[in-house]
Design a binder for this molecule. Sequence first.
Ligand code: ADP
Ligand code: MG
Length: 191
Amino acid sequence: MDVNETMTWLDQWFDRLIEEKAYLSDLDQKIGDGDHGNNMARGAVATKEALKNKQSEDVSALFMTVAQTLMSKIGGASGPLYGSAFLAMATTAKNSDNIADIFAAGLDKIQQRGKAEPGEKTMVDIWHPAVEALKANSLNQEVLDEASAKTTELKATKGRASYYGERSIGEPDPGAESSKYLFEALIQANV
Ligand code: ADP
Ligand code: MG
């Protein structure tokens, strides 16, 4: 991963989050408290600004700025999860430019913090198959579409959506969707 490619990827993710703000909050309205789109768009705007004002020397430094800004601006359950994922990615990117290793470190941290396993209808249900596909060098749109469709059919057992029990089945998970955009942007940016 080089700094310019990484910037392109992140910028596309942030633009998408801003674009889909209303949609993500609508999803969260159905199985949460309706703030996920606002949370993510606020984080995206702030991080774009932070990156503009700070020239990053390398990918690790770039991820560090992203981590700090997301952590302080997103709030909710997802802020600390995305924030600590990028923090772990910053640490791994210091010693490795293997994209699968970098994202695997992010996923580990999300699971460590959120205590969610695959199958609980969270962002882990996108990150896990995406990391597996990165390891096999086979991440593509189909992998993400399939993971997202599967997640929709799960019953939520972690986070606010778990209060909805059976009613969460058939609704897309907002954090899984915002994570899907992250990996879609990664594919588009050809990192
Ligand atoms: P909040 O639930 O505090 O309102 P958000 O609405 O911003 O926070 O984020 C909700 C998303 O966070 C969920 O859709 C889910 O993907 C993710 N999430 C919540 N709890 C967990 C967890 N324990 N592990 C992994 N992801 C989680
Ligand atoms: Mg919410």
